[in-house]
Design a protein. Structure first.
Length: 168
């Protein structure tokens, strides 16, 4: 299994989106790239910890490639918007791609170059080696599954039926 950690604004929606894709084995929402140990949601919301809301995506590389995961990523974000996605504003909602395998950086950079061709504004997605990651509180995990009417700026139907697991 491989993993990638993605900041796409509110982590609830990005988790729900990736959870439905064929080849994604598991997801977990959390906080990445900040300065403090074991941050809480309340601390992250103060925008003083440096953390971004993220989803960790564990995937089977034989069923879905990193390139495909990144293609989906660019479907659900505005990559030219700094510290803002949908109605969510602040540094915790910044976009970012955080890798653990150094070889992934090349694929990430190629995808950003490819995506840039579709935008007149520069892409402002942060790309970094994952430095710090902490899982979010249990009540945030699979939040939209537990709270189907919860706020989500991501259109969960952007994936085609052929890309979705049965039951989605």
């Amino acid at each position: 299994m491989a993993q990638i950690v993605l900041g796409a604004g509110c982590f609830w929606g990005s988790e729900a989106y990736y959870e439905q894709l064929i080849g994604v084995e598991s997801t977990e929402v959390g906080y990445a790239q900040g300065q403090t140990d074991n941050p809480t949601y309340q601390q992250v919301c103060t925008q003083t910890t440096g953390y971004a809301e993220v989803v960790k995506v564990i995937y089977d590389e034989h069923r879905i490639s990193l390139g495909a995961i990144l293609d989906h990523y660019f479907r659900i974000i505005d990559p030219t918007s700094l510290n803002r996605q949908g109605n969510d504003r602040g540094s915790q909602y910044r976009t970012g791609i955080y890798y653990t395998n150094p070889a992934d950086r090349i694929i990430i950079e190629q995808e950003i170059t490819r995506q840039q061709e579709s935008y007149s504004q520069p892409i402002v997605v942060e790309v970094e080696k994952l430095d710090r990651y902490y899982p979010a509180e249990q009540y945030h995990q699979e939040y939209l599954k537990k709270n189907p009417g919860g706020y989500c700026h991501i259109d969960l139907n952007l994936a085609s039926p052929a890309e979705k697991k049965d039951g989605y």
